[in-house]
Design a protein around this ligand. Structure first.
Ligand code: SF4
Length: 234
């Protein structure tokens, strides 16, 4: 494996030449995040205007080679847990924080989502990581009601886990402009409830200033009113 320095500014998924697994030093995770890219063809069902995936296309992921994914994950975890990866490749002292389903598109679009979760859980147990890291799903939420995704999420309950659920807008016109999707509030509500019923869920939102215009107060109110019933009460 070629040695590269990881920083919070370089999230290139290809510098270590693995097909599915990539390490990043993540500000959001506050440490090393081992990403699993299930969209190696850069295909997503959304087309967000701020998306940083190169050559993003609209579509579905390619079939996943489960053996290769397992093999890569095993090697990466061995290198991080038993080897010198962290000290040699991170630009400053970082801790291993999570394994994250993320990557170059929507991870739950793959029909193999459930068996992949099982593979990841086996590795978390093999490397005795269940008390030290989280398993995260970073998602636009649009497939969370699919049976195989629900089954995968059920399996995730056996370890410390989280769903990071993207909601940029609750206004269909704005969602068409920003995410380039036909947003259905009924589907969004159903998908969000699915996430909340199974997992601690963090809503992620990208607020944009477009042509010098900030989001309007009307937009902010719509957004808050939608999410208020689900907010965590301390
Ligand atoms: S949902 Fe994520 S991967 Fe898909 S287009 Fe939006 S930012 Fe890119």
């Amino acid at each position: 494996m070629k040695k590269e320095m990881l920083t919070i500014f370089n999230h290139d998924r290809n510098i270590f030449k693995s097909k599915y697994i990539y390490p990043v030093v993540s500000r959001r995770s506050m440490g090393l995040s081992l990403g699993i890219n299930l969209n190696t063809n850069n295909a997503c069902n959304w087309q967000c205007i701020y998306c940083q995936v190169s050559d993003l296309t609209r579509g579905k992921p390619e079939k996943i080679d489960l053996d290769l994914l397992e093999n890569e994950l095993d090697k990466w975890l061995d290198n991080i847990v038993n080897g010198n990866f962290l000290s040699e490749c991170a630009s400053h002292k970082v801790d291993f924080k999570d394994i994250a389903f993320s990557g170059n598109g929507e991870p739950t679009a793959t029909p193999e989502f459930e068996p992949i979760v099982k593979i990841v859980l086996e590795k978390i147990n093999k490397f005795q990581l269940s008390n030290t890291i989280k398993l995260r799903l970073i998602t636009n939420g649009s497939y969370l009601n699919k049976e195989n995704v629900q089954q995968g999420l059920e399996h995730m309950k056996s370890v410390n886990h989280e769903v990071w659920f993207k909601i940029d807008h609750v206004n269909p016109k704005e969602a068409q402009k920003i995410n380039r999707i036909n947003l259905s509030i009924a589907s969004l509500t159903k998908n969000l409830k699915s996430a909340l019923s199974i997992s601690p869920t963090i809503v992620q939102t990208c607020l944009l200033k477009i042509n010098k215009e900030l989001p309007s107060q009307h937009f902010i109110n719509e957004y808050i009113n939608f999410l208020e019933p689900y907010a965590y009460q301390a």
